[in-house]
Design a protein around this ligand. Structure first.
Ligand code: IMP
Ligand code: MG
Length: 174
């Protein structure tokens, strides 16, 4: 049975989200932001981020899955649930749980660029820069972490542990 070692406490995570939200509030002063949550992992992060944003916020949700298994991702992403709203003229921020190889976000940003947004930025809770295969510009990062498999705050291991209020490393699995 796997165990979870705390990597980032709930206090640390919430403090950092507050700092990133403050940066977004400054960068988007006088504008409104349209947050796009990449389901399911981004949902806890997007809620906590949105609660701390003081410029007008709208939100939409998208669900994608990569073709192939996790280790042999082709970089082609299938849209499982598309956005409900148009992006035309909006200041979009894609909100992700983690950037790993970068394939998902590189593909998603490219795809959404064709939909008429005023601009599109990327905000991620976690980044594993050492794992990058596909270059993608990340505008806001809460934490860069080492190459370890993490769960909590929306991130899962076989659909478990998304509800942990902190970020933990899964240990004891082959
Ligand atoms: P990328 O296309 O390789 O950047 O894939 C990123 C996606 O892989 C994330 O949105 C997560 O769903 C998943 N992922 C990558 N690393 C982890 C991890 O450590 N824990 C849980 N999910 C992860
Ligand atoms: Mg994800």
């Amino acid at each position: 049975m796997e165990t979870i070692r705390v990597l980032l406490s709930e206090e640390e995570v919430n403090k950092k989200i507050g700092e990133v939200a403050a940066q977004i509030n400054a960068d988007y002063a006088g504008k409104s932001v349209h947050l796009i949550c990449v389901l399911k992992g981004g949902v806890f992060f997007m809620c906590e981020l949105a609660k701390r944003i003081t410029v007008p916020v709208s939100m939409d949700f998208m669900s994608v899955s990569s073709y192939g298994d996790d280790t042999k991702s082709s970089g082609v992403v299938r849209i499982v649930k598309d956005l409900d709203e148009s992006l035309a003229g909006k200041h979009v921020i894609i909100v992700e749980d983690i950037v790993d190889s970068g394939r998902t976000l590189a593909y998603l940003k490219e795809l959404l660029m064709g939909r008429g947004a005023a601009d599109i930025k990327i905000c991620t809770l976690l980044d594993k820069p050492s794992r990058r295969v596909k270059e993608v510009h990340v505008d806001y990062t809460c934490f860069a972490i080492p190459d370890e498999f993490v769960v909590g705050y929306g991130l899962d291991y076989a659909q478990k542990y998304r509800n942990l209020p902190y970020i933990g490393v899964v240990e004891g699995v082959e």
